[in-house]
Design a protein around this ligand. Structure first.
Ligand code: AMP
Length: 431
């Protein structure tokens, strides 16, 4: 029997996994600099949490949940998104609830039973941030600025930012009826999915990508004409703040997004080189969600970035990857020196020093090869130096593999480690 990775999923292998870790490190650095702290929630939650938050009529809840019963018959679901679990965690933690606003973030896998296609997986990763407890336009602007800063940090300086407002509890229902009326008059010219959406979630028709539907969509009433005064002022203030931050946001009146909990501001960032699935990230304001999940009034806003697409948009991985080259390869001259090679390699990495944050990358042979075969391996893996064991009377013999220089001596382990650090391989940070 041959096993395969489950349909719609994939393995992230080196050197891609190196680049992924780098992207997540960069994102963590930016999130931290804006004051966002990580929350790690379980990968599964009570099914009801997603039905209540994401919305019963959304594609995610209707068709895409991975739901199962545990041994006690509880209905659990692999998380399809990160906001609802994070809000649940926030409501359960008195310490988090004391922070006003609470700036929180998450990184991890999400699960949606979607039709697999390029850029769309059944397990994918997201990097997300949530700002809980502010209704101010400056919170919206901070969120979008943070999103753009993460894009820049991973090497995407020119993403396109799309911006819209969906109105609030006062004006959205009115707009929704207007849209239902309008599409109701043109049902015969819409695709089957749209006719289905018309019954359950008419605003989602605005997001339809089928070419034949576009002429009808183009004439649909615009949400921007339907906003109440408060929502209009909020939207104008968000745009003003973004202009002040130098962020070029294009107003996209048909941007609706796939989750029910959004109110007012919604946004997406798109990368030009991603083809059909060009959205790298998106988010919006959710002023009612915390209340709907049983908490106090807590206007909030958040976004999530698809790590899979971020990796692709940022140019994928460098072949080989700079991380692969070891700083040193310890060669045992005789088979009896194999365990000394292990001991010396560990000491050279510096991993036993609790303060060491950047250990050296040091490899040894664990195949019982001859000394000359070990040299070939050292050269094949691109080791910058070879260290020979056992040490002889004058100390450790070292060969510079890059310069092809003859052996030199380092008197003891400490001197050798300091010397190797000073000659660390380019980009050679161990992971
Ligand atoms: P959403 O909140 O559904 O717009 O998701 C936010 C981001 O997650 C999207 O912009 C995508 O980059 C990413 N994403 C969503 N669904 C998938 C999927 N099935 N496969 C890969 N990435 C996804």
């Amino acid at each position: 029997m041959k096993f395969q990775v489950p349909r719609g999923t994939r393995d992230i292998l080196p050197p891609d996994s190196d680049r992924w870790a780098e992207i997540e490190d960069q994102a963590r650095r930016i999130l931290g600099s804006y004051g966002y702290r990580e929350v790690r929630t379980p990968i599964f939650e009570a099914t009801e949490l997603f039905v209540r938050s994401v919305g019963e009529s959304t594609d995610i809840v209707r068709k895409e949940l991975y739901t199962f019963e545990d041994r006690k018959g509880r209905s659990l679901t692999l998380r399809p998104e990160g906001t609802a679990p994070l809000v649940r965690a926030y409501l359960e933690s008195p310490a988090l609830r004391q922070e006003t606003p609470a700036r929180l973030c998450y990184l991890g896998p999400m699960f949606r039973y979607e039709r697999p296609q390029a850029g769309r997986y059944r397990q994918f990763w997201q990097i997300g941030a949530e700002l809980l407890g502010s209704k101010e336009p400056s919170a919206d602007a901070e969120m979008i600025d943070l999103l753009v800063s993460i894009m820049r940090a991973v090497g995407l300086p020119n993403v396109k930012v799309l911006l819209n407002s969906l109105g609030d509890a006062a004006c959205r229902p009115v707009y929704r009826e207007r849209v239902r009326d309008y599409f109701g008059r043109h049902l015969d010219r819409l695709c089957e999915d749209d006719r289905e959406r018309w019954k359950t979630n008419p605003l989602r028709i605005l997001d339809c990508k089928i070419p034949a539907c576009q002429p009808i969509l183009a004439e649909a009433p615009s949400v921007l004409d339907a906003l109440c005064d408060d929502c209009r002022a909020h939207f104008a203030a968000v745009q003003e703040a973004l202009r002040a931050l130098g962020i070029d946001a294009e107003v996209a009146p048909r941007l609706v997004r796939g989750l029910d909990y959004y109110t007012r501001t919604v946004f997406e960032v798109h990368a030009a080189n991603l083809g059909a699935q060009s959205a790298v990230g998106g988010g919006g304001r959710y002023d009612q969600l915390v209340q709907e999940l049983g908490g106090p009034e807590t206007p909030s806003i958040g976004f999530s970035i698809g790590t899979d697409r971020l990796h692709t948009a940022a140019g994928g991985s460098r072949p080989g990857g700079a991380l692969a080259a070891p700083d040193a390869f310890v060669v045992a001259r005789q088979p009896e020196a194999a365990s000394e090679a292990l001991i010396v390699a560990r000491a050279l990495r510096g991993v036993q020093d609790p303060g060491e944050v950047r250990p050296l990358r040091v490899l040894t042979d664990v195949q019982g090869r001859s000394a000359s075969s070990q040299m070939k391996v050292a050269s094949r893996v691109g080791a910058k130096h070879v260290v020979f064991v056992p040490r002889d009377a004058g100390g450790f013999a070292v060969r510079d593999m890059v310069a092809g220089k003859d052996e030199m001596k380092q008197p003891d382990l400490d001197a050798l480690r300091i010397w190797l650090r000073a000659h660390r391989a380019a980009g050679g940070e161990s992971r």
